[in-house]
Design a protein. Structure first.
Length: 81
C-alpha cells in the first residue's frame, strides 16, 4: 500500500483516528503533527524526534513542515510509521 495507508495506520494506532474521521480532525492534531515531524526529519536525514515538542518550540517548525507538505516537499509515501 502507498503512503496514505501508512499514514492511516499510524494515525489509527497512535491517535485512535479512523479513516472516516473528518480531515480537519484527522490531520490537525498532535499525533498527525508528530508524524509530519518524523517524516521531515527522515527527509532531511536527521534523527527522528521521540516526542512532540512543546507548542512554543514547535510553532515555527510546525508551520514550516505543513507548508512543505502542502508544496509536496514532504510526502507520506514510502514512510513507515
Amino acid at each position: 500500500a502507498g503512503g496514505n495507508e501508512q499514514c492511516n495506520t499510524y494515525l489509527q494506532k497512535e491517535g485512535n483516528l479512523e479513516r472516516t474521521t473528518p480531515a480537519k480532525v484527522k490531520y490537525d492534531n498532535p499525533v498527525a503533527e508528530f508524524y509530519k515531524l518524523k517524516l521531515k526529519a527522515r527527509a532531511e536525514g536527521r534523527p527522528e524526534p521521540t516526542e512532540l515538542p512543546t507548542k512554543a518550540t514547535n510553532a515555527k517548525s510546525s508551520s514550516s513542515a505543513s507548508k512543505q507538505v502542502a508544496r509536496g516537499q514532504i510526502s507520506f509515501a514510502n514512510a513507515s510509521p
